[in-house]
Design a protein around this ligand. Structure first.
Ligand code: HEC
Ligand code: HEC
Length: 371
């Protein structure tokens, strides 16, 4: 049942409410763009079309600590399948830093990185290809250089032949492409909400359906986490990833985050403390939350928004997003509970969770998730 006319009644009502309720007087966009993930918008780049060989090569590199200078740190140290492609920590560990310690930001889950136009919390790079080699050069993450990582990979015959087959050559560019191809395969696009939006009203429990109505209606979550991607890419154009100022606190403190976020990239003071609106798909599996791990549970996240996000805190947030200016949401205990049921039950899809390889071409031990 793909007809937009089969949409659940409450969803359509909510859609009208959203589009007309916030000053946007355009008629509702074609229903299908809101019930179906527009895969064609996020197609593979022409110079890195996905093949099974490319994904497999990228997977091996992703789990292989050979990319790090000390041969102990892999991408999967901080983005591990056991932690739904994140690490379960408030902020990442500075694994390559001899002094130890922490990074300033949390390790995002890599689920659905393909459905966004900006990578990192501040969106400082756009494509997965441009992102792929940066952790290698980051002194705190993998502590190496691209040239020496490439030399280490090139010395392994298995990689030589896999790159020859998948890309015809082993260069920094093809290494980035292989890692990006793997990243593009880490998707969550078949959750109960997807079946529900296609018209299968039995796909979610009554509490999850009620929670979706709260998400879409009273709680305004979909003002920023747009259906159906649940990230900051808005349909029907699906053309940009948005950054917003919500006023997240420092973890454990009653003060505004010190991280200036997007401003570091744009140098625009309006973007001070703005962060990418992340996907909420698989969010139940990727606590703690926010760019700095400020909140440990979804209940805490919901309480924060219920208070009016940054408008309801003891600290001022001068450039708070206009969509939050209405303040406290006044959700009932039942609505909060149902919202969490929706986030948990409705948005979880681990069917494409990557598998840890049995071995990697370097023969090095595959690191487990950072603790
Ligand atoms: C030491 C931990 C660590 C390692 C190792 C690491 N990452 Fe990350 N990764 C992070 C953190 C922290 C961020 C967020 C940084 C930021 O936003 O400034 C991140 C962000 C990302 C993102 C952006 C996701 C998004 O939604 O914005 C991608 C993609 C990614 N990493 C892939 C990789 C790949 C590929 C590797 C290996 C080549 C890797 N990471 C190695 C910690 C790590
Ligand atoms: C004004 C835009 C806006 C609204 C409205 C909004 N969010 Fe967010 N959301 C964001 C941004 C931006 C972030 C990232 C903030 C950060 O890390 O500093 C975020 C982060 C989150 C996270 C953390 C995800 C992660 O991987 O760490 C959750 C969970 C979340 N939002 C749920 C909700 C829920 C539930 C609602 C409705 C009650 C909601 N959001 C309303 C913009 C918004």
């Amino acid at each position: 049942m793909n007809s937009p006319f089969a949409l659940p009644h409450a969803f359509l009502l909510g859609l009208g409410g959203l589009l007309f309720g916030c000053g946007n007087v355009q008629p509702p966009p074609p229903g299908l763009s809101l019930v179906r993930i527009p895969e064609e918008v996020f197609a593979d780049p022409a110079d890195n079309v996905t093949t099974p060989e490319r994904i497999e090569l990228g997977r091996l590199l992703f789990f292989d600590p050979i990319l790090s200078e000390n041969r102990k740190i892999a991408c999967s140290s901080c983005h591990h399948p056991d932690k739904a492609m994140s690490d379960g920590l408030p902020v990442g560990r500075a694994l390559a830093d001899p002094r130890g310690g922490d990074l300033t930001r949390s390790s995002p889950s890599l689920f659905d990185v393909r459905y966004q136009f900006a990578q990192f919390w501040d969106g400082r790079v756009s494509t997965l290809e441009d992102q792929a080699l940066l952790p290698i050069e980051n002194a705190q993450e993998m502590g190496s250089s691209i040239a020496s990582a490439l030399a280490r990979v090139s010395s392994i015959a298995d990689y030589q032949s896999r790159f020859a087959a998948a890309y015809g050559e082993l260069t920094a560019t093809s290494m980035a492409r292989a890692i990006a191809a793997f990243g593009r395969s880490v998707i969550a696009n078949d959750a109960p909400i997807d079946r529900y939006l296609r018209g299968d009203t039995a796909a979610m429990s009554p509490d999850a359906i009620a929670g979706f109505e709260v998400f879409f209606g009273k709680a305004h979550c979909s003002f920023c986490h747009y259906v159906p991607l649940f990230n900051g890419v808005e349909g029907p154009e699906f053309s940009a990833t948005e950054f917003r100022v919500t006023g997240i606190p420092e973890r454990g403190l009653m003060q505004l985050t010190k991280d200036i976020g997007r401003e570091e990239v744009t140098r625009d003071p309006q973007h001070r403390h703005a962060f990418k609106t992340p996907t909420l798909r698989n969010v139940a599996k990727t606590a703690p939350y926010m760019h700095n791990g400020a909140f440990s549970t979804l209940e805490q996240v919901v309480d924060f928004y219920d208070q009016g996000a940054g408008t309801g805190q003891v600290y001022p947030v001068e450039n708070i997003d206009s969509r939050l200016r209405t303040g406290a949401l006044h959700l009932t205990a039942q609505e909060k509970r149902q919202l969490v049921v929706f986030l948990t039950e409705g948005l979880t899809d681990l069917s494409k969770l990557p598998q840890v390889p049995a071995r990697v071409p370097s023969g090095l031990p595959i690191p487990s998730a950072a603790k």
